[in-house]
Design a binder for this molecule. Structure first.
Ligand code: PEP
Ligand code: MN
Length: 352
C-alpha cells in the first residue's frame, strides 16, 4: 500500500505516543485516537536517547502491542527502525510504515545498513531530517533507500539541533524542507511539530506554519497521560487535546478554484520587479566594496574595521525598528552582505 491509500485525504495525520510503555498505555492511547478519527498510529519501541540511563524503549514486545492496536482499532501502525534487525523484526511483526530517526539519517553507515535490510521489501518509509541542517545528507539517506529498490518514500521535517539556546527544542529552519521540496518535488513531506516544539504549547503555531507551507501531513505525539510519559512528557498531548488542536488548524489551498489569480499575479509581478532592483543595488554596492578594497590595499589597511561594522549594525537595527522590519532578517541580510564585501576586499588586498 502507498501513502495515499493508507492516509486518504490530506493533511495526513500520524499520532501516538513518543514511546510504547505498557500494553495498557499503548492500547488506551490508540483507542482514544481511533475514536477521534486518527488512522495511523505511531509508537517508538527502540528509542534513541541522548544520554544513557533514560528509558530506551520496550523493544520487540512492543510489536505484539502494535499488532493488538491494529486488531482492535483497525489503525495502521508506524515504528522507528535504526538497524537491520529492527527492520526485520518490524516487517515480520506486521508494522505498516517505518520511520528513520534524525540521528540515523545523519549517519550514512546506519542508512546503508537499513537500506540493505529493506532490499526487496517495498514497505512505506519516512525519513526524518538529519539532526544537522544538511540537505545533502537528507537526500543521501533517501537515495540509499531508493537504490535498495524502495519506491514509497516520504520525509519528516522535525527540526535541527542548535548550539544556541532557542525558544523551541529544535530549530525548524523552514528553508530546509523548502529546499528539499525544490530538489525532490515528488516526495511527500510530513512535519513533526512535537520534536520541533519540545513543549505542547508551541504545537499549534508550528503545525499551522507547516500547513501554510503546504506540507502533506503532520506527525504529532499523543499520550493518554502525557505528564506521566516515560519520554518527551512535555511535548505530548492527550488524544482529545490533539483532536481539538487539529480542528483549530486552517487548511489552505495552493490554488483555490474561486480565487482570482490576477491579483496574485499582479502582486508577484511587483515582487519580481523589487527583487530585480535589489540585485542591481547589490551589484552597485559590491562595486563600491571593490573600490574600498583598492583604497585599503593602497594604504596598507586591514579589511575589518570592527568599530565601523558595530556602528553600522546598530544603525540597521534602529532602521529595522523604525520600519517595522524583523531584526533577525535585517541581521541575516546585512551579515551576508558584509561577509561578501569582506571576501572581495580580502581578495583585492592579496592580489599580486
Ligand atoms: C521520535 O519520533 O520519537 C524520535 C525519537 O524522533 P527524532 O528522531 O526526530 O528525534
Ligand atoms: Mn519523542
Amino acid at each position: 500500500m502507498d501513502f495515499k491509500e493508507i492516509f486518504g485525504d490530506k493533511p495526513w495525520i500520524i499520532a501516538g505516543p513518543c514511546s510504547a510503555e505498557t500494553l495498557d498505555q499503548t492500547l488506551d492511547t490508540a483507542k482514544q485516537l481511533a475514536a477521534n478519527g486518527i488512522k495511523v498510529f505511531r509508537a517508538g519501541i527502540w528509542k534513541p536517547r541522548t544520554r544513557p540511563g533514560n528509558f530506551e524503549g520496550v523493544g520487540e514486545i512492543g510489536l505484539e502491542w502494535l499488532r493488538q492496536v491494529k486488531k482492535e482499532t483497525g489503525m495502521f501502525t508506524a515504528v522507528e527502525v535504526a538497524n537491520s534487525k529492527h527492520v526485520w523484526d518490524a516487517i515480520r511483526g506486521g508494522v505498516d510504515i517505518l520511520w528513520i530517526g534524525a540521528r540515523s539519517s545523519a549517519n550514512p553507515f546506519v542508512m546503508q545498513e537499513i537500506a540493505d535490510g529493506l532490499r526487496g521489501c517495498n514497505i512505506p518509509v519516512l525519513v526524518k531530517n538529519p539532526v544537522n541542517p544538511d540537505v545533502e545528507l537528507w537526500l543521501g539517506a533517501i537515495e540509499r533507500l531508493e537504490a535498495a529498490g524502495l519506491t514509497n518514500i516520504g520525509v519528516i521535517h522535525r527540526g535541527f539541533s542548535s548550539y544556541e539556546k532557542i525558544l523551541y527544542r529544535n530549530a525548524p529552519i523552514w528553508q530546509m524542507p523548502i529546499e528539499l521540496r525544490r530538489r525532490r518535488p515528488d516526495l511527500p513531506i510530513i512535519c513533526d511539530p512535537s520534536h520541533i516544539a519540545g513543549k505542547r504549547e508551541y504545537l499549534k503555531e508550528i503545525s499551522q506554519k507547516a500547513l501554510d507551507l503546504n506540507v502533506d501531513g503532520l506527525m504529532i505525539e499523543s499520550h493518554c497521560n502525557p505528564d506521566k510519559a516515560w519520554s518527551d512528557a512535555k511535548q505530548q498531548l492527550t488524544p482529545d487535546a490533539l483532536k481539538q488542536m487539529l480542528s483549530e488548524l486552517v487548511v489552505r489551498k495552493v490554488n483555490p478554484e474561486n480565487a482570482s489569480m490576477e491579483t496574485l499575479n499582479e502582486l508577484r509581478f511587483k515582487i519580481d520587479a523589487i527583487d530585480n532592483e535589489l540585485i542591481a543595488l547589490l551589484k552597485k554596492r559590491m562595486g563600491i566594496s571593490e573600490k574600498i578594497g583598492e583604497y585599503k590595499k593602497a594604504n596598507n589597511m586591514t579589511v575589518l574595521q570592527q568599530q565601523r561594522w558595530d556602528s553600522l549594525l546598530e544603525k540597521y537595527y534602529k532602521a529595522a525598528d523604525e520600519n517595522n522590519l524583523d531584526k533577525k532578517m535585517i541581521n541575516m541580510i546585512f551579515k551576508a552582505i558584509h561577509q561578501a564585501s569582506i571576501n572581495i576586499q580580502t581578495e583585492i588586498l592579496n592580489q599580486k
